[in-house]
Write a protein that binds this ligand. Structure first.
Ligand SMILES: [Zn+2]
Ligand SMILES: [Zn+2]
Length: 101
């Protein structure tokens, strides 16, 4: 995943750490204040045994720019979110899994 500088600043946690430094964690897609898991108070407190970390899929608002014909993860592949894509995939939606047919 390659974010542009603008996308990166949009995606970083907006909260500050206890020592005053800006938090460098990624913000959660669904936090209205753009905070990371810890600063939104949703992080697990206390140690987790290896292998017991909850497997939570990243939730995000799909990007609908013209890079792909389907909603996709912002900044993924050809998508240059939040900018317009330079290239777009000409594959039509629903034809991605042609090898599964
Ligand atoms: Zn944070
Ligand atoms: Zn996009």
């Amino acid at each position: 995943m390659a974010y542009s500088e603008e996308a990166r600043s949009l995606r970083l946690c907006t909260a500050a750490r206890r020592d005053g430094q800006p938090c460098r964690a990624w913000a959660m897609w669904d936090d209205p204040l753009g905070r990371c898991v810890v600063h939104a108070g949703r992080g697990h407190r206390g140690p987790l045994a290896p292998g017991f970390a909850p497997s939570v899929h990243a939730r995000y608002v799909p990007c609908r720019c013209r890079a792909y014909a389907w909603p996709h993860r912002p900044g993924g592949g050809l998508c240059r979110w939040p900018e317009e894509p330079l290239y777009r995939l000409t594959t039509l939606a629903g034809t991605r899994a042609w090898w599964r047919r």
